[in-house]
Design a protein around this ligand. Structure first.
Ligand SMILES: [Zn+2]
Length: 407
């Protein structure tokens, strides 16, 4: 069983339809009374870890078979920088193409358990697609509020699941609009008994528990030998913070005998968390975003301080990289590893290279890059990647001459 506990003050309570601490307004953590994590392999997707997911009755589970994504060992890129053990956690293999499915399966299942019929969310794309897909499977109505400049490819995927989609003026680059959007969604959800699903622990602490299963799986896939360093892209910060929680829980369950160091990876033009880490301060809102990396463009990371806590506890660090290095990393993953990811994933490989060059990695560590979403998510980035290569139109006969000329 599980209970609720504030991450800041001493408030604790049994589970209830509540998303933030009633005493101080801060983020709630979900505490599982039993440290053991027995597996139930009869359940679909990530629900094999049901003992550590916040749902009371399994009959409410809505799953599309999420999780169990491959952990690939690098074929050549690790070796190219004298890194002997580099692995890619392939979250693009989830049903809607990103790790957000792990969160959506928990959020939508809990929505059903609470007897609600409608969800409301804000998302730059991947979370919206995941929530809309699981909502469609459960037969629910949904309202998605997205960024003014959201990726058209991501919005097209979301619209295929047929929720109500609106783009919010100035959302995505104006911190005041970001705050107002969250506050207004909370209000409309309260008034209408809708479920707010935002993939941040600060707003949807129960649903976010789904993301920690990435850590469980990484450990299982390494035969329960903990990795040494885990690189995670950070926008809002929920992924890194919950992945760290997953490693801690797996450790407390006695399945691994040490914990990894966590590395928060941000885009240089939008890196509130890195700035706070380097300054030794708490995360504050940055005035604007100068990065084009879709999915991690947050000026006010809602789980930013939980990321700082995870970096501190794990003796990790934060690394920011320029966008052009991220796009280069994305091309390298495709061309040299056969790994097709969106820029927000490739940024982790860019950060590994930067850290190795600066001596932050010795080369002997077992390093994981969490690749959060598949390349199809941002086709503009893919089109830019291949823009310099034209495709000549040839006749069938010319195939022979091309072979003779050594192509
Ligand atoms: Zn509190």
């Amino acid at each position: 069983m599980f209970r609720l506990s504030c991450t800041v003050c001493h408030w604790q309570a049994a589970d209830g339809d509540i998303n933030t601490c009633p005493e101080c307004g801060q983020t709630i953590d979900i505490i599982f009374d039993m440290p053991e994590i027995p597996l139930d392999t009869t359940l679909p997707g990530i629900w094999r870890y049901t003992a550590h997911l916040p749902l009371h009755d399994k009959k409410h589970i809505v799953s599309l078979g999420e999780g169990n994504t491959p952990l690939l060992e690098s074929a050549s890129l690790g070796e190219s920088i004298n890194l002997s053990q580099l692995y890619f956690k392939m979250e693009g293999a989830n049903p809607t193409g990103s790790y957000k499915d792990r969160i959506a399966t928990v959020g939508i299942s809990r929505l059903r358990e609470l007897g609600k019929k409608t969800w409301a969310a804000t998302s730059s794309g991947n979370a919206g697609a995941a929530i809309a897909a699981y909502g469609a499977r459960a037969g629910l109505d949904g309202h998605l509020f997205t960024l003014e400049k959201a990726s058209k490819d991501k919005i097209a995927q979301i619209m295929s699941y047929a929720p109500q989609v609106s783009a919010v003026y100035r959302l995505g680059y104006d911190p005041d609009v970001e705050q107002a959007t969250w506050a207004n969604i909370i209000q409309v959800c309260k008034q209408n008994n809708w479920m707010m699903l935002v993939t941040a622990r600060a707003f949807s602490p129960h649903a976010m528990e789904g993301a920690k299963t990435i850590a469980y799986e990484i450990c299982e896939q390494l035969d329960n030998i903990s990795p040494d360093v885990v690189y995670v892209p950070v926008g809002g910060g929920g992924l890194l913070s919950t992945a760290w929680k997953g490693f801690v829980e797996w450790h407390k369950a006695g399945k691994i005998n040490k914990l990894p160091r966590m590395v928060a990876v941000q885009a240089q033009g939008c890196d509130a968390v890195t700035q706070a880490w380097n300054d030794g301060s708490t995360v504050s809102t940055i005035p604007d975003c100068h990065s084009s990396i879709s999915g991690i463009q947050l000026t006010a990371p809602p789980d930013g301080n939980l990321v700082l806590q995870a970096l501190k506890e794990s003796q990790g660090w934060a690394t920011s990289v320029p966008d052009e290095e991220t796009y280069q990393a994305q091309a390298e993953l495709s061309r040299r590893e056969g790994v097709f990811v969106e820029p927000a994933s490739a940024i982790t490989w860019a950060a590994v290279q930067a850290d190795k060059a600066q001596g932050r990695l010795t080369g002997d560590e077992k390093v994981i890059c969490v690749l959060s979403g598949i390349g199809f998510k941002d086709m503009t980035a893919i089109k830019n990647m291949v823009a310099e290569h034209s495709v000549p139109l040839i006749t069938a006969d010319e195939i022979l001459s091309k072979a003779e000329n050594g192509l």
